[in-house]
Design a binder for this molecule. Structure first.
Ligand SMILES: [Ca+2]
Ligand SMILES: [Ca+2]
Ligand SMILES: [Ca+2]
Length: 133
């Protein structure tokens, strides 16, 4: 049984941790790293927040959109075409977050509105994670 206090200490040490340690914790337990309200699961708002931060990091030329090069294989050609309804070859943040929402819903097998570690470990969960980190 994990106490509320130890969860808070874990969260505080996570924030204090260096960037490589943060990346490592993402790899071992994505829920822990993404669960900003510490309720033990990742909801859509938390997933979109992480996705939005990643979008900003990937947007190297700071034009507010991601092209295929900036996405670096996170979407297949087919997924990219589906996510880019105006076919201008780039994704806006809204288009990117729409894909995140689709993948979140696909990963949320029990339909409870949140993702737990087990749901992240599925194929759908892993494909969502590629858009979050
Ligand atoms: Ca949460
Ligand atoms: Ca760009
Ligand atoms: Ca769920």
């Amino acid at each position: 049984m994990i106490s509320r206090r130890s969860i808070l200490i874990t969260a505080a040490s996570l924030i204090a941790a260096s960037v490589p340690a943060f990346a490592k914790s993402m790899a071992s337990n994505p829920v822990k790293a993404l669960d900003t309200d510490n309720d033990g699961t990742v909801d859509l708002a938390e997933a979109k927040k992480a996705a939005s931060n990643l979008f900003d990091r990937l947007d190297r030329d700071h034009d507010g959109t991601l092209d295929k090069r900036e996405l670096a294989g996170r979407l297949s050609a087919k997924e990219f075409a589906a996510a880019d309804p105006d076919h201008d070859g780039t994704l806006t943040k809204d288009e990117y977050l729409a894909v995140v929402e689709q993948r979140f819903n696909a990963a949320n097998k029990d339909g409870d509105g949140t993702l737990d570690a087990k749901e992240f470990s599925t194929q759908a969960g892993r494909s969502l994670l590629r858009l979050l980190r």
